[in-house]
Design a protein around this ligand. Sequence first.
Ligand code: S3P
Length: 182
Amino acid sequence: MVPGHSEWKRNLLLVGFMGAGKTTLGGILSKRCRLDFVDTDQLITEKFGLSVADIFSRHGENTFRAAETELLHDLAARCRHSVIATGGGMVLKDENWRAMRQIGPVVFLRADEQELVERLSSATGRPLADDSGREAILERYRQRLPCYLRADLVVETKNQAPLEVVDAILGGLERVNPKWLF
Ligand code: S3P
């Protein structure tokens, strides 16, 4: 039995701050390993029929967070053979971590702070970043860092091409636990 993971379901979860590349890398990784790709933000927006920004503005952040937790419980019950890209705030609740541990190994994509700020200032649609200045973004990131570091594996993405990051994820997971061979 793998500590913290009751059953090997051939899933893996990507966590990290907004703009870390979870969705992009998750897509590449899933194709490479012939796994399905799940994006929690996308499933939640489909459920509400609204963008993330509209869910926040019409229903509030708490409603979005509750939907995230409910979705994780659902994935813990049924998800197999999938790479799951999570929203940047998924790591904030202990309850989410308990569900994630049942789903599979958790990988933190650790991006360079400057790159994060640059990516977030050139993109929109993220209610917790759109109106935030550089310092507020960095403060949020630094506050959350201990939560991201609860991951089974930390992969640095700075100066790495996507395929190199994918290799680092797969090699790293195998080193941490040879059972997690994708
Ligand atoms: C959030 C990150 C977003 C999305 C929502 C909240 C966060 O996902 O879930 O805007 O709290 O960090 P991405 O990390 O995919 O941008």
